[in-house]
Design a protein around this ligand. Structure first.
Ligand code: PLP
Length: 400
């Protein structure tokens, strides 16, 4: 996969970048597409009748079709948002408000990213509903049996990740969806990490909502997607008002466009949407399966090497096979110190609670180090990481 490294200008800069689950690097083709917009178009969509605006509107809508093809849904089921967080807040505030009453229950797992935890917690606090937390396996996976145990006829929404950003295991979304629907509840899936992990078809998976971000799939920051089933989007009210989301406005009353347009208020992030379309082409050209076969092999190499060569390392997700994450601590060394040591050698990892504090509490740790791999990472980079980590003990000795 090394041949793709030249596509990423950041890889020229002498860093080893192992924080891809936080945000992936951006290939030149995506950057160029945004420069092209500002250089050759630069106008708004859906406004006025100028031919330039018309062309950009067409390009923007073409990306909606591209996203729909990428995740297996209808064009009208794709809403552009600012990212996963924005998408999940939209579901909670619009759909959640519509269907949740004070005697209802919302199920989340203990390993959710805060973006798929707090919106539901807030909704429960607002309407007096109950937040039910389903436990996960040692690998951070929601087992269908465990979900079954917390479901009952009060459960209205189940909100789970496709892939945990701490542990990296893949939830069996299709199996979980069957259970959710057996109880006539709705299934919201946080796909921020999952979208690059597996080729998905949201209708085959039978999820009601699926959220993801452009910047974790080699696309731009500031753009994301919410998929929602058409019949549900139809019932949902907009939560942000203004711009081209209206149908008619009078002093007495305003009516709104159909979904997805009623959810896209104000001036949208046009260059980022266009960049997302190019990122999808880029991924499709390589192939998600090819990407993940390589990343799985790389990770397996790294996990074995870490276990062999680093004393006192605890890898929390060592039993997971199909993943791009290695989450660990080294005994008696704070995760932030490990990350600082790596940073001195220009190796970028993530250390902290990974926006998943309830799960850190469940693991009984304050922080972990997370190495997240992408297809442009190499075996040599993994070797370098291990070499530097071998010095972790000495470094801490110098500090104290
Ligand atoms: C599982 C998961 N959900 C949600 C998010 C939030 O994504 P964004 O910051 O792009 O909205 C992240 C980001 O790290 C994530 O990993």
């Amino acid at each position: 996969m090394n041949k793709y490294r030249k596509d990423f200008p950041m890889l020229d800069k002498d860093y080893i970048y192992f924080n891809n689950a936080s945000t992936s690097l951006t290939p030149t083709v995506v950057i160029d597409s945004m420069v092209d917009y500002y250089t050759n178009f630069g106008v708004n969509i859906n406004r006025g009748v100028d031919s330039l605006g018309y062309k950009v509107t067409e390009k923007y809508e073409l990306v909606r079709s591209k996203v729909a093809a990428f995740i297996g849904c209808a064009k009208g089921e794709v809403i552009f948002t600012r990212g996963t967080t924005d998408s999940l807040n939209l579901v909670a505030q619009s759909f959640g408000n519509l269907v949740i009453n004070d005697c209802d229950e919302i199920v989340v797992s203990v390993v959710e990213h805060h973006a798929n935890f707090i919106p539901w917690q807030e909704l429960c606090n607002k309407v007096g509903a109950s937040l039910v937390v389903v436990p996960v396996s040692d690998d951070g996976i929601v087992k269908p049996d465990d979900l079954l145990k917390v479901m009952n006829n009060k459960t209205r929404i189940v909100a789970l990740n496709h892939v945990s950003n701490v542990m990296g295991g893949i939830n069996n979304i299709r199996e979980l969806a069957k259970i959710v629907h057996q109880f006539n509840a709705y299934f919201v899936v946080d796909g921020a990490q999952g979208i690059v992990q597996e080729k998905i078809n949201v209708h085959d998976l039978d999820v009601d909502f699926y959220a993801f971000s452009g910047h974790k799939m080699y696309g731009p920051m500031g753009v994301g997607v919410l998929f929602g089933k058409q019949e549900l989007l139809k019932k949902m009210p907009p939560i942000v008002f203004g711009g081209e989301m209206i149908d008619t406005v009078s002093i007495e009353k305003t009516t709104y466009k159909e979904a997805p347009y009623k959810f896209e208020a104000g001036t949208m992030m046009i260059p980022e949407v266009l960049g997302l379309g190019v990122a999808i082409d880029y991924i499709n050209n390589i192939g998600i399966e090819k990407i993940n076969n390589y990343v799985t092999e790389l990770r397996s190499y790294l996990v074995s090497k870490l276990l062999e060569e680093i004393n006192d390392i605890e890898i929390y997700n060592k039993n997971i096979v199909d993943s791009n994450l290695v989450t660990f601590n080294i005994k008696n060394i704070h995760a932030h110190d490990v990350a600082s040591l790596l940073d001195k050698e220009k190796i970028i990892v993530r250390a902290g609670h990974h926006c998943a504090e309830p799960y850190m509490t469940a693991l009984n740790v304050v922080a972990t180090v997370r190495v997240s791999l992408a297809f442009y990472n190499t075996f040599e980079e993994c070797d370098k990481l291990v070499e530097v980590l071998k010095k972790a003990g000495d470094y801490i000795d110098v500090l104290f």
